[in-house]
Design a protein around this ligand. Structure first.
Ligand SMILES: [Zn+2]
Length: 307
């Protein structure tokens, strides 16, 4: 591995998205020493017939470019990836369908000559929040990310709980609306949480072609419809979190993503719906906090994978 400089306890963290990737050099205490925020890696532009090999080649190429300055300062690489991951193998990815049962961690380790750990991006966010953020190293932590969809992860005694196929805690696809005309989800289901509580869903329900941040700005200006949509999102979240608490007996929940900018509109409805749906001994015992890591939860979790 060559000669490592004195900061060799640092690790390289990578967050791969559908169109870009981010990377950082992270110290053992979670401090970000260096960061590249938007390296273009537009997998959606790959040919429809692209193979897993073609996708891996793009990832290797962009990663080399992004992390080259740090390779002599860090011995290990942790990566968050948008897909179902089991022991470093991408079982499938809704955003990058060409990756199906590809041993991504092993392929990247061979190409980059470093140990590489790959985990689901929502699980990484959960681990980051548990280790460095509002999760405060709770015995069990449920973390939700509200963005384009709703991602979630569970940390249990410091370890990610990822299930048998890397698909545990797909809370975005829990049904929260049981009316026959509930919203249809991209997964094929009806009434899924992410159709009510993601930033995309709130923006779509508001209409007028605006994004969730603008819906928030309008709520702050007194727009009743905007406020109501955040309250509906909060209520959907609270109901779903109560179900998770009944399944898993949790006391700590954290939430990250662009939607937490509207926390003041989300949180009251969330708390009400959650408390109303908990078992009596659980009421008043579950803490739901907004992330303290801004948009770094995923990257810091990727770093924590290899610390
Ligand atoms: Zn769904």
């Amino acid at each position: 591995m060559g000669n490592l400089s004195p900061v060799s306890s640092a690790v390289i963290a990578v967050d791969i998205g559908g169109t870009h990737l981010r990377a950082a050099l992270v110290a053992a205490d979670g401090a970000v020493i260096g960061e590249v925020r938007r390296v273009r890696a537009d997998f959606s532009r790959l040919d429809a017939a692209a193979t897993g090999d073609a996708v891996v080649a793009v990832i290797v190429d962009r990663l080399r470019q992004a992390i080259a300055p740090w390779l002599d300062q860090a011995a290990r690489i942790g990566i968050g990836f948008p897909g179902y991951i089991s022991n470093g193998v991408v079982m499938g990815s809704p955003n990058i369908p060409a990756l199906h049962e590809v041993a991504l961690a092993e392929r990247l380790a061979d190409a980059l000559h470093r140990p590489v750990v790959v985990e689901n991006d929502a699980n990484c966010a959960a681990l980051g929040e548990w280790r460095f953020g509002a999760g405060e190293q709770a015995v069990s932590l449920l973390h939700l990310t509200l963005g384009t969809g709703v991602g979630s992860g569970l940390i249990r005694r410091g370890a990610i709980f990822s299930g048998d196929q890397g698909m545990a805690l797909e809370m975005g696809h829990l049904r929260v609306d049981w009316r026959p005309d509930a919203r249809r989800c991209g997964c094929g289901g009806l009434g899924c949480l992410e159709q009510y509580a993601s930033a995309t869903a709130v923006a779509r329900a508001y209409g007028h072609g605006v994004e969730a941040a603008e819906v928030h700005a309008r709520a702050c200006d007194g727009d009743g419809r905007a406020k109501e949509l955040f309250a509906q999102a909060g209520a959907a979240l609270g109901g779903a979190i109560a179900q998770a608490v009944k399944l898993l007996d949790l006391r700590a929940v954290t939430i990250s993503g662009g939607m937490i900018g509207a926390w003041d509109y989300l949180a009251p409805a969330l708390e009400r719906a959650m408390e109303a749906n908990l078992l009596p001994p659980q009421q008043g015992k579950v803490t739901v906090r907004a992330s303290t890591l801004h948009d770094h939860a995923g990257l810091l979790g990727a770093a924590a994978l290899v610390m």
